[in-house]
Ligand binder design. Sequence first.
Ligand SMILES: [Zn+2]
Length: 468
Amino acid sequence: MQTLIRSVLALQNGTLQSVDVLLVDQHIRTVAPAGTIPVAPHQQVIPGEDRLLLPGFVNGHTHSSQVWQRGLIPQLPLELWLANVFDSTPRQLDQFYWGAVSTALDTLLSGGTGLIDHAYVIPGQELETVDALVRGYKAVGIRAVIAPLIQDLPFASGLPKGCLLPQSASPRSAADLLALMEAIIAEFHDPNNGIYIGVGPTGFHRCSDELLAGCGEISDRLNLCYHTHLLETRAQQRLAQERYGISAVQHLQNLGCLTPRTSLAHGVWISEADIALLASVGSTLVHNPVSNLRLGSGLAPVLKCLQAGLNVAIGCDGAASNDAQNMLEAIKLGTILHTVTDSDYENWLTPEQAVQMAAVGGAKAANLGDRTGTLTPGMDADLVLYNLDHPSMLPRTNPLQLLVLGRPTDVVEAAWVRGRQLVDQGQVLTVDTAAMHHHLRYQAFTAKASQVQHHPVEAHYRDVMLNR
Ligand SMILES: [Zn+2]
């Protein structure tokens, strides 16, 4: 199968140039100046005039089942928000299937070709849940890293002075969870079909050292993405000091968890020493600007990270803390948010840097930097074609700046993942979107009925975080 995209604008060495791009099977075969690749018989030819071609973004952090909770959870800080999320989490396998489909479609139609799903899995039905997610992602055809959320400490232990709270039943032991991960990997890790299992301990705040280090050992042995939450809130920073007496980043390093395969969601409260350490080991910080504002978590020090040479990716985070899954929205906010942290405008992020973070940075976060993230011969064809004739992309000024800083709507005209075209004329070719909308419409009522505003940990949270 060959596809020739002719005379399309693409970023080449930092500038937009008109090029021809030849895709052969799964790969990008050639990128050459416009009009120089001859058309061959049996090629699909796509005219690229008035179009922009970019490598697909990778949504560096999401929780797909939270599609069912978008628009549901009130505006609360993470720790109280989380209590509400647990109470209204979906419990039916078909909800996980449709959650994966919905997340994949929203990602594709906002410029993404891959995602990291830090996936909630139903206790006691972990393999069945992962199976539903895999089926959803394979039905769409998107590239997906599924890192099941696992933890072996009770909910209350994730709060500062959490030992003062009544303790819920302990989750499964670290040994049990590591054995479960081995089983999930053996059954579902399927790189040849674009499905990857990652190890995803929830975060240091809910995981024992044994579990955190055990995940590191699996990641090392099987070359898997290690994905975890890190210092999302001030409460977590306080908890790290309380529990370890040193920075959580240093603690993860001491346990052997930080490698180039490690991606850490949020890092809002990392220090300059943490940034230097993360950069030196080659790990990735996944910036989730919408979620961080939605939950009042703070501003991640993204400019300092980039200046230190730390790889940064962009994520939407789950729809319960974003209320959407739009990569272009996350990229815009993640680009302009940081001007307020540095008055030296020469340090501000450019649209090119933003695209770089979302594509190359995201690919590296997913441990897929050798496969995707750039428009380079030999890489997999994970590409997105944007329609520059759409009214939201006019006038014809700088298309890249308009894509990143403007308010583009319905501009994804075509998308390919591993050389397979998944979107054409703005329509997803692989799944029945009307069926998905039917399921979302039908199930929403049940979710609404379970809405909770207040939670037993609220008094403790106010006492520990606000009253001192
Ligand atoms: Zn998250």
